[in-house]
Design a protein around this ligand. Structure first.
Ligand code: PEP
Length: 254
């Protein structure tokens, strides 16, 4: 059975003390409540990675994620953090190609493919994001665009490498807007993604791939979204900053 994952993307939020409190609360709640169905991945800003893992070391279903990594292996790239450095801090997952990185930092498919390679070479698991703008959806370009993002970012990988990849479908018009994709819209795109993956890696590999939905997931809409047959969990932004709300999203995965 494929992995179910709820990943919390804190984005550029929370100072050290706030982060410590949030992680401790999440760990305690996840420990005390029945959340066996999903793995939890916490993705704080880089400086938090140094201490975060120590707060949930003994918790088998909580993992550490980074929101980004460099597209170069090492060297004179001021301000960047390599996959090798992340690995040395016991990071497990790396979000790659979030729409905010694509849009604000002009990350191209080529850059993202390099990041995917470095992530895998360093034993980390990529959470590869794809998604369309509202304009692209209204113009009927969304299916082709998502397929192109997947092809350009991932389809150079071997089957063995690809088996490590998690996909996150995040319609840009739903990120941080309070507007969620309908269950039908999410399911339709997730099924298309799985079909596209199957065209390259075969049915069995596509069936094993975890495909997350992201875009204004909240405790009160999570259960419906996660009930869609091709939705295997969520990439959660704003709602991951509140421990109770986030853990209720984790609990919504049945
Ligand atoms: C995200 O940042 O990946 C995201 C989905 O944000 P939000 O949940 O706030 O829409």
């Amino acid at each position: 059975m494929r992995k179910k994952i709820i990943a919390g993307n804190w984005k550029m939020n929370l100072k050290q003390q706030e982060g410590t409190i949030l992680i401790s609360e999440v760990v305690n709640m996840v420990k005390d409540e029945v959340t066996n169905n999903a793995l939890v991945v916490l993705c704080p800003p880089f400086p938090h990675l140094g201490y975060a893992k120590k707060l949930f070391q003994s918790q088998a279903n909580i993992f550490l994620g980074s929101q980004n990594c460099a597209d170069k292996a090492s060297g004179a790239y001021t301000g960047e953090v390599s996959a090798a450095i992340l690995q040395s801090f016991e990071v497990d997952y790396v979000i790659i190609g979030h729409s905010e990185r694509r849009e604000y930092y002009k990350e191209t498919d080529q850059t993202l493919a390099a990041k995917v390679n470095l992530t895998l070479e360093n034993g980390l698991l990529p959470i590869f994001c794809c998604g369309e703008t509202l304009q692209q959806r209204q113009a009927g370009q969304h299916f082709q665009l998502i397929q192109d993002q997947l092809t350009n970012g991932l389809f150079h990988l071997s089957a063995e490498q690809f088996s490590k990849v998690v996909i996150a479908y995040e319609p840009i018009w739903a990120i941080g807007t309070g507007v969620t994709a309908s269950n039908d819209q999410a399911q339709e795109m997730h099924a298309l993604i799985r079909k596209h993956l199957a065209s390259k890696y075969g049915q069995a590999a596509a069936h094993q791939t975890t495909i997350l939905y992201g875009g204004s997931v909240k405790a009160d809409n999570a259960a419906e979204l996660f009930a869609c047959p091709d939705v295997d969990g969520g990439l959660v932004g704003g709602a991951s900053l509140k421990s109770r709300e986030f853990v209720n999203i984790v609990k919504a995965m049945k």
